[in-house]
Design a protein around this ligand. Sequence first.
Ligand SMILES: CNc1ncnc2c1ncn2[C@@H]1O[C@H](COP(=O)(O)O)[C@@H](O)[C@H]1O
Length: 353
Amino acid sequence: MSVAALQLPANLALSSLSAPRQDFIRSLPKAELHAHLNGCIPLRCLQELYRERAASSTSPLPEDDVIKKGLDLLERGAMLNDINDFFVIFPKTIYALTSNIPAISRATSAVLESFLSPGVTAPEDPPQCAYLELRTTPRRTPTRREYLCAVLDEVEKYAASQAALIVSVDRRMAMEDLDECVDLAIVLKQEGRRVVGLDVCGDPSQGDMATFAPALNRAKASGLALTLHIAEIPEYPTSDVAALLSTRPARLGHATFLDPEAQELVRRDKTVIEICLSSNLLCNSTTSLDAHHIQYYLEHDHPIAISTDDTLVFRNTLAGEYALLLAQPPLGLGLSEAEVARVAAMSMDARFL
Ligand SMILES: CNc1ncnc2c1ncn2[C@@H]1O[C@H](COP(=O)(O)O)[C@@H](O)[C@H]1O
């Protein structure tokens, strides 16, 4: 099934717009600043990796069936009750197919192409964005360094003005893994590789962010900009909010359930909020666009960066995310073209270049 045929919020918003308004959105210079590599692999690339894996083994492997079911689910558009349903998709379906260097290289190349090449969504369309900051969590595939170097080799095929890498660390990581990933990000940057930032991601119900703060401060002191997933669930601990904000990050991912005091701090520090509308709607983190925290930041003219998060899972496009701003309610927020252009410019200003 094609992405456009799925009845998802961003698709509905985009298709409600006239052709000139769709062109307006597509031609706006914009930066995609919150895209997870393994969450953004084009479905066709993952399906090819699956077919090749099946063709190369003499007998079917026991996990093949689980992978196939996962791929079929992604094709139909994953139905999620909440954010917990989201995280289980990765290990059994996606990581099972990107567990060696050639597969990582192909997946990375396909993701970069999907954002930065023209004609991907339709033959006449410009690239989805002018600039992409892709992020990924280094896996031992076979070593974390080899994994990151394979990703960087693909990223660096594009100009520095087009693509860069953010290294993610996962909230579930043990301290020694966290330190290894942060050290690796610092060393690669020192070696002149295009690592521009550090992200904390992963299941928000896990981990203790007070124990992460020293490693985050070390990364920052070495010149890596910080962008931290924060407050994605209502029961997110205030101690985690305090620990993460104490590092004075440049950007925050989601920030869905920040309390008024934390929102004040964010406004004081002009911390950019990476807003992922489809992701929040489809994970049921928000009930509607009206109830979404983007309203608060728009009202306060606070910098935001509209982003896709995981295009493979949410089957969204960056144009669709911007359509959620421009389309008339209830499909969108009903912003003017000038307001949408201003939001797009905010994303360009928030790059870690
Ligand atoms: C719903 N929003 C989200 N919140 C938190 N973490 C997320 C996420 N979307 C993706 N990830 C994190 O990114 C990994 C996939 O890409 P990489 O393997 O790193 O390239 C997921 O396993 C999860 O840890």
